[in-house]
Design a protein around this ligand. Sequence first.
Ligand code: COA
Length: 296
Amino acid sequence: MAPRPYIQPVVDSTAVFKADLFNGKVLFCTGGGSGICKAMTESVMRHGANAVILGRKIDRLTAAAEELSAKTGRKCLPIQADVRKPEQLKDAVAKTIEKFGRIDFVICGAAGNFLAPIQGISENAFRTVIEIDTLGTYHTIKATLPYVRQSKGSYIHVSATLHYRGTPYQVHVSAAKAAVDATSAVLAVEEGPHGVRSNVIAPGPIAGTEGMDRLGPKGPTSISSEFYRAMPVGRMGDVKDIANTTVFLFSDAASFITGQIIVVDGGNEHLRVPGLPYPESVLDPESVKAMIKPRL
Ligand code: COA
């Protein structure tokens, strides 16, 4: 295998942006207990904001909140909530206002995913992902918007790139994320005159995340090694890549950017290697079973 002459570095946002950028601000983040959203929350806290993280598993959230506070010196409130339940989000917003008095930034990050073909996925499984990703985003916007309008704040929705093309085994998420992208654009246009911005971050393959664990091809086959190798910037994504984009988009340096989808994927979108062999994966699903994370 040819050596890489250059590999783009991974940096901390604090190496680029001011430490007190978000002093006095408050972040509300769904899905903030783990993975990409936890890293996004950490970076916003590192620049001075307090945060609320939401998820379904309170033990994981509580541990994450303690870790985030210890690392950043800011306050982090964990709140158990399912984004499919609008009343739980309204309660979470009420608790946020009670504790911190305001909401400046919102990350709509809670998501669900697994690999399944159209023929194999159940109606309930398809609906479940639409409910978490699409309805969850809508419920989060609805519950937070009055406060984000007051603070002239900003939204970031965590989406994906897989729906830009037809990605096999991803019909549920493709439909859900396309709707998230559209929702963000409407939010930007309707709320822009009120001082609210809304953008989408579309992460590519990010190493060490639950999403990568669920979706990345498994096993020592040539296609899985090619998938991980074929990154134009020379490496897999790091959660810090998404975190740095988050800090920029929430900052005033991005004040003229709204209604946009920012792809953060190291150029992967333009040189996409299929995760599962094609057309074998659709002609003979049994042949790729070993490459798919088994159900828990
Ligand atoms: N393949 C096919 N169908 C699956 C599946 C898989 N790997 N995992 C779950 N399902 C189906 C279930 O069988 C069920 O359908 P059924 O009632 O027809 O049998 C449906 O999806 C709902 O599953 P359930 O486990 O009851 O839902 P849940 O609300 O507890 O979990 C999920 C939601 C399925 C999205 C789950 O994967 C999850 O909680 N994910 C969150 C984390 C995540 O996905 N992170 C990665 C983001 S990229």
